[in-house]
Ligand binder design. Structure first.
Ligand code: ADP
Length: 678
């Protein structure tokens, strides 16, 4: 009784540890979430320019996960990513609504970098929408965080706004700040880009020599970096600089040079700009026909690509050129087109303002609703998970107790049996009370049989019940259980199944040990034909080649011999290597016994385990690698023993195994001493 309490206690502790592991795994899942979100964000970021729609799909998942796991920093990052992807698609309203969600998350996360970059993103979206006042407000907020990695972008964007507002003095101030940062971080492409805009800032105030200086510096950098894309843009501006100074021929030469390089690059926007500018030069030179043809090509490209600003400029210039060339009718048409385009552009800007207010309002509402439902979900989930853990702990404890009962019973009876046999042999040697001991032996055998019965019926019944209830709970509460919960149920069901298998195998073992067997003449080749038929589907499935030699006929028990060969052959198939299984069964006469071999080309057994594998429950590999309970070979050993023989294995790991056993010609079954001590 002491032992059973101890085992029971041990198993209860084990179950509690398992429950603890589950809790740990829940915690680990939270850690896993962070990694999963980071992985999603990385993929999303990699795709943002080449495939913004993919980024959107991925970042949405990351946003949902972050929200569930209450990871605010990553939530902010995901929402910012979504906003940026929508900006790439020029859907600035949607972009803004995500940036506002990011604002909510970043404030809750308290992560200054996320907050600052959210403000920069909002500023940039407003800049695209030409809502400069708002944009400048958000940039100023971003600057308060003094985040070095973001300052450059803020200065740059602020300068762009001042440029657009023709406040060149302010623009230069910010451009120089931005240039300073790029210089410190040795980002030459950024430096050249900023220098180009500085050139623009001076050109617009007619400070031509400063402008030329900045353009030339920018060109030199782009050239040395092999960036033709940037080079074309600066060349275009330089051309315009010459034109501003009345140097038409020089301007034309530079524009044409830029156009030639750009045609290789296929930058449509630059092409539209350059064609427009060349058209203007021809007009200024009085060549209206050529001017018109360039401007028309520019207009076509701008329209095809939806570059509204370019369309506007091309139409204006075309109108001018047509009028100067005395093509009034056409000029009138172009003017009408220009007016209607201007109207719809203004309309678009107005709509945007209204829509932006609405978007901001919607985003806040959405965010509030989310916070609310998030809290509710979180509580519900926690409650359910606790309930589940308790249920699983109870199931585990019940299973543990059942196992403890079986093992204890088995040990007690086995010890009893052994003691009895010992005392029996003593009594035999003294030749006393033989019949009494025989009675006790018989009684103990009877008890063992009863035990086998308990295993097969009494214990299997509650196990079956646990199994059915686990399945029932799972089915009934399926919708209310989350992914983890379903995993727990799978584990519980798998545990019940394994235990059932263990009980079945244990029962087989007990039956071999306790039954009385009839001895008859058995033709082993017939036995193997039967075994082959039993295993036919396994043999076909695994493409096994079974080579059966000439086997003798001997006196023994047919069912036990079938079980013996069947166990050995199934093992040879189960523990097969990469090659198709090839099993050779042969027999040799050795005095009045036969030596049998079952040889396979499987994974083999290393020398350390060759003796141990015949012990009950002993297995070299875990259940996850190979199914089984570790009883098969102990049954084989018992059967061989009952036939007065011995069994052993010779093998080298990776080179197959050969199981040897001897069988004699029996008059009746004998109990083998080795077996009992094995
Ligand atoms: P089970 O097959 O259920 O694991 P067994 O008692 O039949 O139990 O075998 C015990 C162990 O012996 C196996 O787990 C396996 O590691 C090893 N074994 C048995 N037969 C072979 C074989 N033919 N080749 C390699 N290993 C074997």
């Amino acid at each position: 009784m002491k032992k059973i309490t101890l085992i029971g206690l041990l198993l209860v502790i084990t179950s509690i540890m398992i429950a603890q592991v589950n809790l740990d795994s829940l915690r680990r899942t939270a850690q896993g979430d962070v990694e999963a979100i980071d992985a999603l964000l990385k993929t999303a970021n990699d795709n943002i320019v080449t495939s913004p729609r993919r980024t959107i799909a991925i970042a949405k998942q990351a946003l949902i996960l972050s929200r569930e796991a209450e990871r605010f920093t990553q939530g902010a990052e995901s929402a910012n990513m979504l906003g940026r992807a929508y900006s790439v698609l020029a859907k600035y309203d949607t972009a803004l609504s995500y940036f506002f969600i990011a604002e909510g998350f970043s404030q809750r996360s308290g992560d200054p970098h996320q907050q600052a970059s959210t403000y920069v993103n909002i500023g940039a979206a407003y800049t695209y929408m030409q809502e400069y006042k708002q944009a400048l407000r958000y940039y100023a907020r971003a600057l308060e965080f003094n985040d070095e990695s973001l300052n450059k972008r803020v200065y740059h964007n602020t300068a762009a706004i001042y440029m657009d507002q023709e406040n060149y003095k302010m623009a230069r101030e910010y451009l120089l700040k931005s240039l300073e940062i790029s210089r410190e971080s040795r980002d030459s492409i950024d430096m050249a880009t900023t220098m180009n805009i500085l050139g623009e800032a001076y050109r617009n105030t007619s400070e031509f020599s400063e402008a030329q200086d900045w353009y030339d510096k920018a060109l030199a950098i782009f050239e040395s970096q092999g960036s033709e894309y940037g080079w074309v843009i600066v060349m275009n501006n330089k051309g315009t600089l010459y034109l501003d100074q009345g140097e038409k021929e020089l301007a034309l030469k530079i524009y044409e040079q830029a156009l030639k390089t750009n045609q290789k690059l296929g930058n449509q926007e630059a092409e539209a700009t350059l064609l427009t500018n060349i058209g203007v030069v021809y007009r200024l030179k009085g060549n209206y026909d050529r001017g018109r043809s360039y401007l028309k090509s520019a207009l076509k490209i701008a329209l095809e690509n939806g570059y509204l600003n370019r369309v506007e400029k091309a139409l204006l210039e075309l109108h001018e050129t047509l009028s100067l060339g005395n093509k009034y009718k056409e000029a009138y048409k172009v003017q009408n087109r220009y007016i209607s385009l201007k109207d719809s552009l203004d309309q678009l800007r107005n709509d945007r303002q209204i829509q932006e207010l609405q978007t901001r309002f919607d985003a806040k509402e959405r965010e509030l609703a989310l916070v609310h439902s998030n809290n509710e979900n979180q509580q519900l989930r926690l409650g359910r998970q606790q309930l589940l853990l308790v249920m699983i702990a109870i199931i585990l404890v019940v299973i543990a107790l059942v196992v403890a009962l079986i093992l204890n019973r088995y040990w007690v009876i086995r010890r009893l049996n052994k003691n009895l046999e010992e005392s029996n042999s003593q009594i035999q040697s003294q030749n006393m009370r033989i019949s009494g001991n025989n009675d006790r032996l018989l009684r103990s055998n009877k008890e063992l049989k009863e035990f086998a019965y308990i295993v097969s019926h009494d214990l299997k019944e509650p196990l079956r019940m646990i199994g059915s209830y686990v399945t029932l709970i799972e089915r009934r509460y399926k919708d209310k259980i989350d992914e983890d919960g379903r995993d727990f149920f799978t584990f519980a069901t798998r545990g019940v199944k394994q235990m059932k298998q263990l009980l079945d195998d244990l029962l087989k073992y007990m039956v071999v040990e306790t039954n009385e067997y009839e001895v008859e003449k058995v033709a082993l080749n017939d036995v193997l034909t039967g075994v082959e038929a039993n295993l036919l589907s396994r043999i076909k499935e695994t493409n096994t080649f079974l080579e059966i030699g000439e086997l003798p006929t001997l006196r023994g028990n047919r069912s036990l011999l079938i079980l013996l060969f069947q166990n050995l052959i199934s093992n040879a198939i189960k523990f097969r290597s990469e090659e198709d299984p090839h099993i050779v069964i042969s027999a040799l006469k050795d005095n009045n016994k036969f030596l049998f071999t079952v040889k396979d080309n499987g994974i083999g057994v290393s020398e350390d385990y060759q003796k141990k594998i015949f012990s009950i429950f002993y297995r070299v590999y875990g259940k996850h690698q190979y199914e089984g309970t570790g009883i098969g070979l102990s049954i084989c050993q018992k059967i061989v023993g009952l036939h007065g023989g011995k069994i052993w294995v010779e093998s080298e790991e990776g080179k197959g195994s050969t199981f040897f056993f001897t069988l004699g010609d029996m008059e009746k079954m004998v109990a083998n001493e080795d077996l009992i001590t094995a």
